[in-house]
Ligand binder design. Sequence first.
Ligand code: PEP
Ligand code: MG
Length: 332
Amino acid sequence: AGRLAFEQKETHLDRMPEAPVKIMMNVGTPDQAFAFAKLPHRGVGLARLEFIINRQIGIHPRALLEFDTLPAELKGEVAERIAAYPSPRDYFVKRVAEGVSMIAAAFAPEPVIVRLSDFKSNEYANLIGGDLYEPREENPMLGYRGASRYVSADFRECFDMECEALRFVRDEMGLTNVQIMVPFVRTVGEARAVIELLAENGLSRGENGLKVIMMCELPSNAVLADDFLEHFDGFSIGSNDMTQLTLGLDRDSSLVAGTFDERDPAVLRMLSMAIEACRRQGKYVGICGQGPSDHPDLAEWLVEQGIESMSLNPDTVVETWLRLAKLQPARA
Ligand code: PEP
Ligand code: MG
């Protein structure tokens, strides 16, 4: 139930050896979805909504919500883009739904985990109208992003629009292979608040097969894994942010890039804490950061730790799959 009736006779999967882990893909570009779906896969482990919004909309969501009061020149520019839609809000919802549904349809019936937006304020500022609405932060990587943004009153309506787009894809278009992921959750309080907001927006965990996964990408998430997991169906590890935050180095600074390594023992400790907690609780655990795409030895280590799925860059899928297929099956 909740899965699409979609039968294929022979698939790319039949031509691959069995891997000890579900290999998924990171795909955030609707126009490439059908091409990528021809690769062997068990779904999409990370579809970044900010990529989809960038391509499908390119306008700051508040410039749409506050369309009536925009300065004349900006209003003209936005009006041109949204002309074919009954309202600015409808433009956002339908264009985002179109982008998400292309990925969901290409990869059906496998799961497509769509992550709610995780624009940093400097990235939002680059959208049309963005400089009107975005604060200037010294450290956007550590600032107003992810779940912390969703729970603030200023962002509430933008969050509601994202939810409406996903609800449309799942409930109206019937693409119930779309699952939801929440990024950058700093505290257990935020976790609880986001789950409540999702439910208020018609996206309740468990309803119509909806799974809500949390990105495990801050040290707090690994340290208090059991408490965070109470609110979610599982974790997907964001090794990019986890490495940045465990080692205290800015992903955006080339000066410290030489020290960035997901295989640092401190990072590995965080990852094994997260995996252990999920396994103890019998919850889903995957990884969707760059780590295993860049480092085959890390991919193998993750399998040994008992990770359930690995979402890779499309260009590394086949190579990593064949390599992992040579390993012993994951521990039971
Ligand atoms: C991560 O942090 O590992 C991740 C997948 O998210 P992003 O790269 O978008 O921060
Ligand atoms: Mg991240």
